[in-house]
Write a protein that binds this ligand. Structure first.
Ligand code: KIV
Length: 277
């Protein structure tokens, strides 16, 4: 099956089909979520927190995104690959934005790039799109602006804020983005934005009216039991499963129950020795 393209994703909005996006950061997870049939895989700069263990996304570099993009790309057969542009990789000038977007496509194997910001990011989006690189916008809560926003808060709470979000989403679309992520926007405002745009909206913490949804894979898989924001639904509880399996392994190594004869190689001849995995 060929990888999903921008026209495929635009068609999904036109045909009222919900778009499913999930993050992945390595080959193993990419292969699994692709097999599940998701439409888009995002190598999010959330990797600064869930992979690198940072307190925010601000330390992530273009080199990090290139590396993880390449790993994820190898695991995809049918899903579209979007790679995030990290903090300070597009804010300096449209020329800087284009050069870094080019690296994410050329070296990171992205089919599209995502960058944060509404009206203020329009010149960067325009420059990238004019070079033939598809762009996903991202408005509402933009985690790279955490210090300016004063925390990870719901956006668009008053009429002025809602109007600004609408202007931001339109600016991103008018600059050429083929899709816009709406993060932590009140449901009624996200619905207004979704209705007023021709391109699909992908919501996270922005309610059901969006044209699609995105979640961080670690969150929906329950890999961190202590992290449970309201907008996350856990579809599995893997933290307990991983700790349980690791404890069982440790116990068996310590007691000598593992490895047993079935996991060891007996001296039977060269043909058996050749196939280790
Ligand atoms: O970095 C990320 O994972 C994201 C999604 C949460 C939309 O931007």
């Amino acid at each position: 099956m060929p990888r999903k393209t921008v026209p495929d994703l635009l068609r999904m909005k036109a045909e009222n089909q919900k778009i499913v996006m999930i993050t992945a950061y390595d080959w193993t997870m990419a292969r699994l979520v692709d097999t599940a049939g998701v439409d888009m895989v995002l190598v999010g700069d959330s990797l600064g927190m869930v992979v690198q263990g940072g307190e925010d996304t601000l330390s992530v570099t273009v080199d990090d995104m290139v590396y993880h993009g390449r790993c994820v790309a190898r695991g995809l057969r049918q899903a579209h690959l979007t790679v995030d542009m990290p903090f300070m990789s597009y804010q300096v000038s449209p020329a800087q934005a284009l050069a870094n977007a080019g690296r994410l496509v050329q070296e990171g194997r992205a089919q599209s790039v995502k960058l944060e910001g509404g009206e203020r990011s329009a010149p960067a989006i325009r420059a990238i799109v004019e070079a033939g690189i598809p762009v996903v916008g991202h408005v509402g809560l933009t985690p790279q602006s955490v210090h300016a926003l004063g925390g990870y808060r719901v956006q668009g709470s008053d009429e002025a804020g809602a109007e600004q979000l609408l202007r931001d989403a339109r600016a991103v679309q008018d600059a050429g983005a083929f899709c816009v992520v709406l993060e932590m926007i009140r449901e009624n405002v996200a619905a207004r934005i979704t209705e007023s745009l021709d391109v699909p909206t992908i919501g996270i913490g922005s309610g059901a009216a969006c044209d699609g949804q995105v979640l961080v894979c670690n969150d929906l898989l329950g890999l961190d039991a202590a992290f449970k924001p309201r907008f996350v639904k856990r579809f599995a509880e893997l933290e307990g499963a991983v700790i349980g399996a690791s404890r069982a392994y440790a116990e068996e190594v310590r007691t000598g129950a593992f490895p047993s004869a079935e996991h060891a190689f007996q001296a039977r001849g060269p043909a058996h020795l050749r196939r280790v995995y």
